[in-house]
Design a protein around this ligand. Structure first.
Ligand code: FAD
Length: 520
């Protein structure tokens, strides 16, 4: 690990209570709800394009010093919605962790960057009528995004032994693996990206796009929760938001922003909830439906050698041999021993034994491009839209493909010299040799035996040319409400099949350019 002192990224000065309270009014060209991968990008591009912009973000603003202060559990409480315990109901339940901060989920994400696969863009263009998203047309947009967030391959020196052992197995079997591209500058490989980058190395939105937006005059409101989208004569004309105290518990005032353009970028769970609560763009019946989560599971393995898998990058190396055929992507991901204790599925002395093994473990995560669907429903209470109900059922086809990925991970670990592979499948003994690997490959897996997570929710306000089956048009404008745009993970017509932040940013850039081209 690099022992040089941490870097110091640009600082923002968002407007928040107690500096504001009571009734606050703004009149601007564009108001953006949410400051994550979608919202921050739109804000920067519109502000740079000469529009006056207000960004409204429910979460608070955190800087590097704030992450040093607290255990991982405390940081979950600070940086994540509902302390990271947002969950989709189904069999099994699936955690859907969501960031809530200036910078959105990018503040806590792993920094992995992929462009979307060509075949996915092709499908969206052909099947959904979204023009101009072929790889050639999008090339300058991807380059623009990657330049702003500083995308580069993970350097081997700080990837850690977790990646080294996996690469050893991959090479022994002749599979294809390589370092992941990440949005980093000066990364020290400390592996705690999910609790905020303590080096300011991960170029999350609060360190990349938002400072540029602010430099061009965008005004960023933190701890402000948008409640109403104002619509007159079928056109969006502004937003009303609650000014919250720093804890987000008490309403301290009301922010009213009049704007010619309203951009919703509250994420794939809350953007549809806001539309539903406001009774907007519901004609197609698709708002809140078609939720994809790119479900992931983890596989770990014990070695005779010490691995200290948490020393090094959190997410470092990928294997894509099953990507084209099965939509399965393996990503070497380490876990902090304390936070991964729950996945040991043990208590008491057995949990102690499992934790003592930590320094001999290596781990990998795998994602499947899901065809299973979930949806967002009204929740309980007057302000249900702040915490909507999420349903998701992991189907058998996706479960089978997850099994393919788990078996591939087990095969690689064995080839790397693992003495036991823990598949994460409830009720299945560890894989220790070729024979138990074959048993795993032929196993009849049921979804309830897995403990998946959904780090990449998307698809709940899908984009398309046909208003009968999509919520927003090819550039993100709601079919049913003029000047109301959606620019976050909600707009994807299907699972993008890779970690989505770069695709979200590229689509948000495209939407912003469209708004500018038509003159705001
Ligand atoms: C632990 C973790 C690791 C991840 N790792 C990666 C990775 O390595 N690579 C990758 O590509 N993706 C990763 N992701 C996913 C990625 O970060 C998200 O897909 C992406 O940030 C989503 O962008 P978004 O704009 O749709 O929403 P978000 O980034 O979630 O932003 C939405 C923002 O809107 C705010 N908001 C919601 N409601 C309101 C309201 N009513 N008023 C005002 N503000 C509101 C929220 O507080 C939030 O800040 C990860 C996710 C998690 C949880």
């Amino acid at each position: 690990m690099d022992a040089s002192p941490p870097g110091d990224g640009p600082r923002l000065q968002p407007i928040a209570y107690p500096a504001i309270s009571g009734n606050v009014t703004e009149t601007v060209d564009a108001v953006v709800i949410g400051s994550g991968a979608g919202g921050a990008v739109v804000a920067k591009e519109l502000a740079e394009g000469g529009l006056s912009v207000v960004v409204i973000e429910e979460g608070a603003y955190f800087a590097r010093e704030d992450y040093a202060d607290g255990t991982p559990w405390e940081l979950l409480g600070k940086l994540y919605r509902e302390g990271g315990l947002t969950v989709a109901l189904g069999f099994p339940f699936v955690p859907i962790p969501l960031g809530k901060a200036v910078g959105g989920t990018t503040v806590v994400n792993s920094g992995t960057c992929f462009r979307p696969p060509d075949r996915v863009l092709h499908d969206w263009e052909r099947r959904w009528g979204i023009e101009g998203i072929d790889t050639v047309t999008l090339e300058p947009i991807f380059r623009r995004v990657e330049e702003v967030i500083s995308v580069q391959p993970a350097p081997w020196e700080i990837m850690g032994k977790n990646a080294e052992v996996f690469d050893r197995g991959v090479k022994a079997l002749g599979y294809h693996g390589q370092p992941i591209h990440r949005n980093i500058d000066g990364c020290r490989g400390c592996g705690v990206c999910a609790y905020g980058c303590p080096s300011d190395a991960k170029r999350a939105m609060h360190l990349s796009y938002l400072p540029r937006a602010a430099a061009h005059g965008a005004r960023i409101y933190a701890c402000c929760r948008a409640r109403r989208v104002l619509v007159e004569d079928g056109r969006a004309v502004g937003v009303e938001a609650d000014i919250l105290d720093a804890a987000g518990d008490e309403i301290r005032g009301r922010l009213r922003v009049r704007a010619a353009v309203v951009v919703l970028a509250a994420g794939a769970i809350h953007t549809p909830a806001l539309l539903m609560a406001n009774g907007l763009a519901l004609d197609s019946g698709q708002v809140g439906r078609n939720l994809r989560i790119h479900p992931s599971v983890g596989v770990s393995a014990a070695f005779e050698e010490e691995t200290y898998s948490w020393r090094g990058m959190l997410q470092s190396y990928y294997v894509d041999d099953l990507q084209e055929s099965h939509g399965v992507l393996l990503e070497v991901t380490s876990l902090l021993p304390g936070t991964s204790a729950a996945s040991a599925q043990e208590v008491g002395p057995k949990l102690k034994e499992a934790l003592a093994l930590s320094r001999y473990l290596a781990s990998v995560g795998l994602f499947v491009s899901d065809s299973s669907k979930g949806h967002i429903l009204r929740g309980l209470g007057r302000d249900w839209w702040t915490s909507p109900t999420i349903l998701y059922g992991l189907g058998q086809d996706d479960t089978d493909r997850l099994l393919r990925g788990i078996a591939l991970a087990a095969e690689v670990f064995l080839a790397a010299g693992a003495v036991a592979v823990f598949t994460g499948i409830r009720g299945l003994a560890p894989v220790t040799d070729r024979q138990s690997l074959r048993r795993l490959q032929k196993f009849s897996l049921r979804a309830e035996q897995l403990t998946p997570a959904g780090f990449h929710p998307m698809g709940t306000c899908r984009m398309g040319g046909d208003p009968a089956v999509s919520v927003v048009g090819p550039y993100g404008e709601a079919h049913a409400v003029r000047n109301l745009f959606v620019a976050d993970a909600s707009v994807f017509p299907s699972c993008v099949g890779v970690n989505p932040q770069v695709t979200i940013m590229a689509f948000a850039t495209r939407t912003a350019f469209h708004i500018l081209e038509r003159g705001g």
